[in-house]
Design a protein around this ligand. Structure first.
Ligand code: PEP
Length: 253
């Protein structure tokens, strides 16, 4: 069975509540709601509840940009998975390269966050990707494989199916540089082979592997036409309704 494409907008540290709900309205007005593509947006924590209310009854789903692995407690500044579920979050991004590079995220914290999300009924989007120096040293597949193994360690095959992996070469995030379709497909196919090793063929066939890194209307359709590219995690281009809707359209071609 064909995997449903999955496009998620990562709004990062952008948009007030009013701006976020206005963007959701524009997106909802422009989305046809097609079973071939699932669409989610990940606003900041402060806008989650309002955006959660705004997406109700639309084809849009709510995602969070991060989570803490504990359920509650003395963790100043953190937000737990049950708290995210409480405001309607369905997907949780973990291991984004900005969190790995700027906030000390490791494969081990990613693994704990994946477990916390799953326990709260939220589907993780696990980001992996190599630095430019790692690609130039020929270490891309080794780095990505270490991140996938580390982040997904210990998941049974039927649980693994609920996970989305986002391959985001760090050198392509927010830089305007995009991996070529061949570069993306090569890494996606190797992730799929690794998933087969970790969870067997049914899990590997079910897991969506998104591409992320300067996805825009001009390159989305070609990237998404690759056999192992099952969607996109979109940063900058998800902040404008027209661009994000054009990317979603690219998934339908
Ligand atoms: C991202 O942050 O996940 C991302 C892919 O950003 P951009 O699309 O801006 O490169």
């Amino acid at each position: 069975m064909a995997r449903q494409k999955f496009i998620c907008g990562n709004w990062k540290m952008h948009k007030t509540v009013a701006e976020a709900t206005a963007l959701v309205k524009e997106l909802a007005d422009g989305l046809a709601g097609d079973a071939r593509v699932q669409v989610a947006v990940a606003p900041t924590f402060t806008a989650l509840a309002a955006v959660g209310a705004a997406v109700r009854g639309t084809p849009l789903e709510l995602a969070a940009q991060d989570v803490h692995w504990e359920v509650q407690g003395a963790f100043t500044g953190e937000v737990s998975a049950p708290m995210l579920a409480d405001v309607g979050v369905r997907h949780g991004i973990v291991g984004h390269s900005e969190r790995r590079q700027l906030f000390g995220e490791t494969d081990e914290t990613v693994r704990r966050k994946v477990g916390a999300l799953l326990a709260a009924g939220i589907r993780p989007i696990v980001c992996v990707g190599e630095l430019l120096a790692e690609r130039e040293a020929g270490r891309t597949l080794e780095v990505v494989s270490r991140q996938v193994r580390g982040g997904l360690a210990g998941l049974s095959p039927d649980v693994l199916m609920a996970v989305t992996v986002a391959y985001e070469p760090v050198w392509a995030i927010g830089t305007g540089k995009t991996a070529t379709t061949a570069q993306a497909q090569e890494v996606h196919a190797s992730i799929r082979a690794l998933l087969r090793e970790l969870g067997g063929a049914p899990a590997a066939d079910a897991v969506r592997i998104q591409y992320g890194g300067s996805v825009k209307p001009e390159n989305a359709a070609e990237l998404l036409s690759q056999p192992d590219v099952d969607g996109a995690l979109v940063g900058g281009a998800s902040l404008k309704a027209k661009d994000f809707l054009a990317i979603v359209k690219g998934a339908l071609r």
